[in-house]
Design a protein around this ligand. Structure first.
Ligand code: SF4
Length: 517
């Protein structure tokens, strides 16, 4: 393959690159049956990282031999049968823990290698996959959770997302990228797929071509969070839906063959885009695709951050979608099975996941809306949640993650509940908590972001603490939040945030948002 030749003799390749050249990440699927039959101790340590290509990470502490598994839910679209299959895996193997991620995926914990073949088999039968959910490969494609039902969508991206996913999934031509590679494809005019923080995003656009208004997409590249966050920038191209896959392949090929492979922390596409600039990057794309129309009109009109609470009319007359809160994205198998039951009883069985870690039940006829809202499951998974719990997002944190410096999920929820008990605002304030700079919980785009650190104190020695960042948004192209001075011991965080929000409440004008303040 081209990139083999390109990189093989480079003495500066990092350790992971050498590992990937010796054995393609997707080969791990061939090894899993042997390891499952012979137990965790049969897995050589140097193979641990390869499991990522199967969507598996060793959870904290690695030596204990428990895996976290991420399952892709492309564009967040899940059938009733898929929801039940996922719930049953968590019930039978995953100690009943189900997390919805900020990329609309589902995560399990506590899995052993012996259980993995049956889990992969169940996923396959349900039409789901964990392949490429982690690793240096095209990750789960984020999309519009309202695809096909959105009264405001410019284009129904359901099939496009599936087509691009199917092309890259298990494709060994693209399973050795320099680093993780995140795509979003959405026709939602409110930027529900957080376009600017992905490596490559397709956003709704129009252009007059031969006297006719065509609907299509703009391509923006080079976004990403972690410790050096970048906002994606637009290429000077307009992409008709029928050419989207071809453009996605061209850009992924450029990343594969020209992306940096020497230093892991500088290998994401964002660094190549930053070095080349969008003009050179556009020229390179055109070398692969041939001529494309230049940019048209950007049809994004705002940013809803992936929140859809309450009942709303679909584009189909007489049908509604209803958004519900899953506090910090965590639920158990009984809850997911119950969600599937009510989705079947009152809708058509489908459930959709959002990058705000929440869910939507679509296709509910007008006459069923009151009935579904009376179901007891929604006493906790509220349609109109309390303000702070409803707008809190959290990464996995120290409970399972090897990179975490602090606890996050439980703490974020406790702080949100404390704030809901102690302050009422007339606008929501989006809070995101992460346990390290990797930012799986997308701290940079929050109104208030919390990033976990360790801090030395006189009284207690080393303690968990947080940095606070304010003012993040993806409105108008986006702006990352900025760090406030100082660090706050984790035990004091709730009180300090309450003081901050009390100041906001006292000084703001009615309806003014945190970002505008
Ligand atoms: Fe782990 Fe850090 Fe990601 Fe949180 S942000 S899940 S602590 S890697």
């Amino acid at each position: 393959m081209a990139y083999d030749k390109f990189w093989k003799d480079n003495p500066k390749l990092n350790k992971t690159e050498v590992m990937k050249l010796e054995k393609d990440g997707l080969q791990i699927f061939n090894d899993i049956p042997y390891y499952a039959a012979n137990g965790f101790d049969s897995i050589p340590k140097e193979q641990w990282d390869m499991f990522k290509w199967a969507g598996l990470y060793l959870q904290r502490p690695k030596e204990a031999g428990y895996f976290m598994m991420r399952v892709k839910v492309t564009s967040g679209l899940m059938t009733n049968e898929q929801a039940i299959a996922l719930a049953e895996i968590a019930r039978d193997y995953g100690r009943d823990v189900i997390d919805i991620t900020t990329r609309q995926a589902i995560q399990f914990h506590w899995l052993t290698i012996e259980q993995v073949p049956d889990i992969l088999d169940r996923l396959d039968k349900a039409g789901l996959s964990s392949s490429g959910a982690c690793g240096d490969i095209t990750r789960a494609i984020v999309g519009n959770p309202l695809a096909g039902i959105d009264p405001n969508e410019l284009y129904d991206t359901t099939e496009l997302v599936q087509e691009v996913n199917d092309y890259f999934e298990n494709n060994e031509e693209f399973s050795n990228l320099p680093r993780k590679y995140k795509l979003s494809i959405s026709g939602n005019i409110h930027n529900a797929a957080n376009a600017e923080i992905n490596c490559l995003s397709f956003t709704p656009a129009t252009k007059e071509i031969d006297g006719e208004r065509k609907v299509g997409f703009h391509a923006i590249v080079g976004g990403g969070l972690s410790s050096r966050p970048f906002l994606a920038q637009p290429l000077n191209i307009f992409v008709l839906p029928e050419r989207l896959k071809e453009v996605a392949i061209a850009i992924t090929t450029i990343f594969r063959d020209f992306g940096y492979r020497e230093k892991r922390h500088l290998s994401r596409l964002k660094f190549l885009v930053a070095d080349w600039g969008v003009e050179k990057f556009t020229e390179k794309v055109l070398e692969y695709t041939g001529p494309l129309p230049t940019k048209g009109t950007n049809e994004l009109v705002g940013w809803n951050a992936g929140y859809f609470y309450g009942a709303h009319k679909q584009k189909q007359p007489g049908l509604n979608y209803i958004g519900f809160n899953v506090p910090v994205g965590r639920l158990n198998s009984a809850e997911l099975i119950e969600l599937a039951r009510v989705a079947e009883k009152y809708g058509n069985g489908a459930i959709r996941t959002c990058n705000s870690q929440n869910v939507i039940i679509p296709n509910v006829p007008d006459e069923n809306v009151d009935g579904i809202l009376q179901e007891p499951i929604f006493d906790r998974l509220k349609e109109r949640p309390n303000s702070f719990v409803g707008y809190s997002v959290s990464c996995t944190g120290i409970e399972y993650c090897n990179l975490a410096l602090t606890e996050t999920k439980g703490r974020m929820l406790r702080i949100a509940e404390f704030l809901d008990e102690n302050i009422v605002l007339d606008v929501p304030v989006r809070m995101h908590m992460v346990g390290c700079p990797n930012s799986c919980g997308q701290r940079q785009i929050a109104d208030i972001g919390f990033q976990g650190i360790k801090m030395k104190t006189k009284e207690k020695g080393m303690v968990e603490a947080f940095e606070i960042y304010v003012g993040g948004t993806l409105l108008d192209g986006g702006k990352f939040n900025e760090k406030l001075k100082g660090r706050i011991a984790a035990d004091d965080l709730g009180t300090v945030v309450l003081e901050l929000l009390t100041y906001f409440k006292d000084e703001k004008i009615p309806a003014e948002t945190f970002f505008e303040f």
